[in-house]
Design a protein around this ligand. Sequence first.
Ligand code: FES
Length: 158
Amino acid sequence: MLKDKYKDRIAAIFAKYPPERKRSAVMPLLDIAQEEYGYCTEEAMREIAELCGIDPTEVKSVVGFYTMYYEKKVGKYVIDVCDDLPCVLRGADKFVNYCEQKLGIKAGETTPDGKITLNVVMCLAACDRAPMCQVNTAYHYDLTPDKFDKLVTELKKG
Ligand code: FES
């Protein structure tokens, strides 16, 4: 249980919000869950809902809305490629196809070695630098097949 293992950290999070706004702690608590399990498990989402005094479906809707939260196990590296309209106008759709081909997986899947998950996501606020992607917390801009190949080589090296 998160509340046992991360008692102090959770208390510090709740201390930041008024008692009647416990629901405001959902996202930092999801961060803890994801750190602990690698993704937001059903059990963790239920526990967070209980801690915040809200319905589990509300927690699940936060996880579903933000691409930084995962509902299933992901690779060590998560490549989020934006394929929202402004990026598509700069070739992001073709770039996604290239990423799938290079990695041998479809968007939403993880490579068999468990190292890389590929996702397509909505705007990452770098529209003028498309095609672009986010790898875990780092942004990569103005991508080409060549640059992507080098990025994948680096990620596979770990
Ligand atoms: S539309 Fe892709 S980063 Fe904004």
